[in-house]
Design a protein around this ligand. Sequence first.
Ligand SMILES: Cc1cc2nc3c(=O)[nH]c(=O)nc-3n(C[C@H](O)[C@H](O)[C@H](O)COP(=O)(O)OP(=O)(O)OC[C@H]3O[C@@H](n4cnc5c(N)ncnc54)[C@H](O)[C@@H]3O)c2cc1C
Length: 441
Amino acid sequence: MRVAVVGAGIAGLTAAWELTRRGHDVVVLDGADRVGGKLLTGEVGGVQLDLGAESVLARRPEAVGLIEAVGLGDRVQNPATTSAGVWTRGEVRPLPPTVLGVPADLDALAASGIVDDVQVHAVPVPTHDVSVGEFVTARAGREVLQRLVEPLLGGVYAGHADALSLRAAAPQLLALGADPVTAAVSARAASAGAPVPPVFAGIVGGVGTLPQVLAERSGAEVRTGSTVRIVERSGNGWRLLAGPVGAVEEVLADAVVVATPAPATARLLAEVAPDAAFALAGIDYASVALVTVVLEEHVELTGSGFLVPPVDGRFVKAATFSSNKWAWIADTGRTVLRASVGRAGESTALQTGDAALVERVLADLAEALGPLPSPADAHVQRWGGALPQYEVGHLDRVATVRSSVAGVHGLEVCGAAYDGVGIAAVVAGAQAAVSRLLSDA
Ligand SMILES: Cc1cc2nc3c(=O)[nH]c(=O)nc-3n(C[C@H](O)[C@H](O)[C@H](O)COP(=O)(O)OP(=O)(O)OC[C@H]3O[C@@H](n4cnc5c(N)ncnc54)[C@H](O)[C@@H]3O)c2cc1C
């Protein structure tokens, strides 16, 4: 079977990999001039590092499994430290154990000084979807929401707890049940002393090196600079029109996997799966920027970085001490920090030049960490339409997309818009999409 995959982000490349493994003929089309989407490496101050996603969840098998399958298993590296801080109330304080911000150790929380008021209520979990904010506030109080859950959730979605869906964006909180604080504390006490396997993994040289290797070793034909504008039925198969205006190319295929972000997928499916297109058009995206700073001199920093509660009104949303976190970056001898800026609905914060953005980030870092030596280099990577917002009702939207797409023979969708924005979830989603496509063939 000949399959056209639209989008060469990790979703599209995983789909291509799975299809070529099974002997299918695959062409991957991406509008950008490179493969990888949100995975990208670049050089800052002489150090080659990730300018987009930098780690994968190692607690579930899909991403690390894929990295190993493509032959990069010997370059997998776990973070050297994962002890994060929270910059709030005038200092960077150690983040106590939590389940996505819901306290799991009340003594450690009290010692951290992050929150004064933890409430512990049992409130039945509604059968309908609610926001993470509504769920947490009723059971643990607003302060826990604002100073712990919000920054942790923001680190994944760059979104707002009062808008994000409990069921789609925070299923681990839903799993804690009616009294999440008691459940989190008990679960931690029950697992005390048990070995904790690494939660995250990276790749020496950057997670952003994966897409190129995946593209090359899949054996798929990969065309960049090839924006797909039309996806339509052609007899029993499909006809795609792609490429720059004035140089449109036609691609014929037996099946199509659309692995683009929701707005592009909505446009491409408007004719062939209008219900899916309509549901996808309702998914908002947050834009963010990552500011990477390489310092002149070595600076001693503690832990992997810090998160910032939005309620504190800072410019930076989070900072990672990359040279503490990754041995392969520490080995360069440089001190590398990376700060993220921008949240859903707050794109005006990013509407400033690179130099001003770096200046504001450096000012925040200096206030949080004390005076820093001047940077040898700094880099701003802007990610417009970076992260889909799984708002209340997201699972219903995804169900609508799935049932609409299931009604169209030889069509599948995958990517960060559906079942999780993290790389491991996106890889799993692409693998599932290929299984559905082949079982329907
Ligand atoms: C700054 C940042 C940091 C992140 N950090 C992490 C992390 O550390 N760990 C983690 O697990 N996750 C992280 N994520 C999330 C994760 O990286 C993404 O959710 C995931 O990579 C998305 O993959 P995707 O293939 O679904 O989409 P994308 O990466 O967006 O790929 C979609 C591709 O489709 C192409 N495209 C769009 N329209 C068309 C069209 N019409 N025709 C052809 N091609 C088209 C685009 O050019 C792009 O290449 C991060 C995300 C961001 C933005």
